[in-house]
Design a protein around this ligand. Structure first.
Ligand SMILES: Cc1ncc(COP(=O)(O)O)c(C=O)c1O
Length: 387
């Protein structure tokens, strides 16, 4: 088994700073640059012929590479621009003019999901937002109670973006199924740091992107649709790449292709999806179970340190209930976050939450310890410190 630290050489930014922000933007692997260079060379030398030399099928080939990381069969993942688009494609498969028109979501969802479904209110959707009493977790029982026979869709994040709380996906999927609703797992904060077996979970849909733990860069969102459900779906958000015979350029309404092509829209984003493959290859090569083990050890170290220092931990304390991030509220969190950035400790800050710190497979224990020492120093120095 290769030492995890040996992967560090593949990520140039690690030589320049303490990179603890993979919940936001995973570090770029050198392979991404190679994939982009290959794309540019193909465009330069093959021109339009490149469409038939891998470009047109890039959504399928990229989705197939991602499928084992999500724990789903090949051919069930389509590629898109981002979660917002993938979620819109799902939302557009449903009607909102009958008795079953409710979309049940938690107030702690990533806002893009809330914005999208609220926008569907113009089509009759009734968005039920389940409030959260604390910034860390959703009360599962309360969330489940909101799902009933009036519910059409249940979009939920498997790992909450502000606190890294791991939701009880099994309970949510089962309750949705019992009342005849469909669940959509947003796995953005899980894929690449939490082992996933979405096929076993039985969830109808999953959406996510590649910017974070997958180290795949922007423009590579994805959508999983449960294979038995896929053939009956007719997304209204569609385009010619979803047509059974796109190159016949037939007029009229669409004759959908087989899955997963039927969830496509228009021209594939060849550059972004090629680039994303470099990150997927590394994550698959290491194995997410191993990444999780390393992550739990390092996030546990951050939690223990914070508790010893009396900092407020706004992430679950139990390792199994926590994703890859630890959120800490310290006095003057926002200024402290700025000062950390000034000291080349790359983290971020979210309003109402605090400083988010995320070690990934390429992070060492020594880096975590030195980041925590810098944090202590800044907190002790008080408000308004500039690093
Ligand atoms: C859980 C979750 N969903 C979605 C997004 C982003 O959505 P999009 O891909 O549409 O930018 C993020 C973070 O950027 C996120 O953390």
């Amino acid at each position: 088994m290769t030492d995890l630290a040996s992967w560090r050489a593949q990520f140039p930014i690690l030589a320049t700073c303490t990179y603890l922000v993979s919940h936001s933007l995973g570090a770029m692997p050198l392979g991404a640059r190679d994939k982009l260079a290959r794309f540019a060379d193909q465009w330069a030398t093959r021109g339009v012929r490149a469409w038939h030399e891998g470009w047109w099928e890039i959504g399928r080939t990229t989705g197939d590479l991602l499928a084992p990381i999500l724990g789903v069969p090949r051919g069930s993942v389509s590629m898109h621009q981002n979660v917002s688009v993938a979620q819109a494609i799902v939302a557009s498969c449903y009607r909102y003019d009958g008795p079953r028109r409710r979309v049940v979501m938690s107030a702690l969802e990533f806002p893009t999901n809330l914005y999208l479904y609220h926008a569907f209110e113009r089509f009759g959707a009734e968005v039920v937002v389940v409030p959260a009493d604390d910034p860390v977790r959703v009360d599962t029982a309360r969330f489940l109670d909101a799902i009933d026979e009036r519910t059409v869709l249940v979009p939920f994040s498997l790992v909450l973006f502000k606190s890294a709380f791991v939701q009880d996906a099994q309970a949510i999927v089962e309750k949705a199924r019992r009342v005849g609703a469909h669940a959509i797992a947003d796995v953005y904060q899980a894929a690449g740091t939490l082992p996933l077996d979405l096929a076993a979970l039985g969830v109808e849909y999953a959406v996510g992107g590649s910017v974070k733990w997958l180290c795949g860069g922007p423009g590579a969102g994805y959508l999983y649709v449960r294979p038995d459900l896929a053939p009956s779906l007719a997304p209204a958000v569609t385009g010619w790449a979803a047509h059974a015979r796109p190159f016949q350029f037939e007029a009229g309404s669409i004759d959908y292709a087989d899955p997963s092509e039927r969830f496509q829209t228009g021209t594939p984003n060849v550059a972004a999806w090629s680039m994303a493959q470099a990150g997927y290859e590394i994550v698959a090569n290491i194995g997410v179970a191993r990444i999780r083990e390393h992550s739990q050890r390092l996030t546990g170290r951050i939690v223990d340190h914070a508790l010893a220092r009396g900092y407020e931990v706004r992430s679950p304390l139990a390792a199994e209930a926590r994703g890859g991030t630890v959120t800490l509220a310290v006095p003057n969190s926002e200024q402290v976050a700025q000062a950390l950035l000034g000291r080349q400790v790359i983290i971020d800050h979210r309003p109402g939450a605090g400083i988010r710190m995320a070690p990934h497979f390429y992070t060492t224990e020594a880096e975590v310890d030195s980041a925590l020492a810098t944090l202590d120093e800044l907190v002790s120095a008080g408000a308004g410190v500039v690093g």
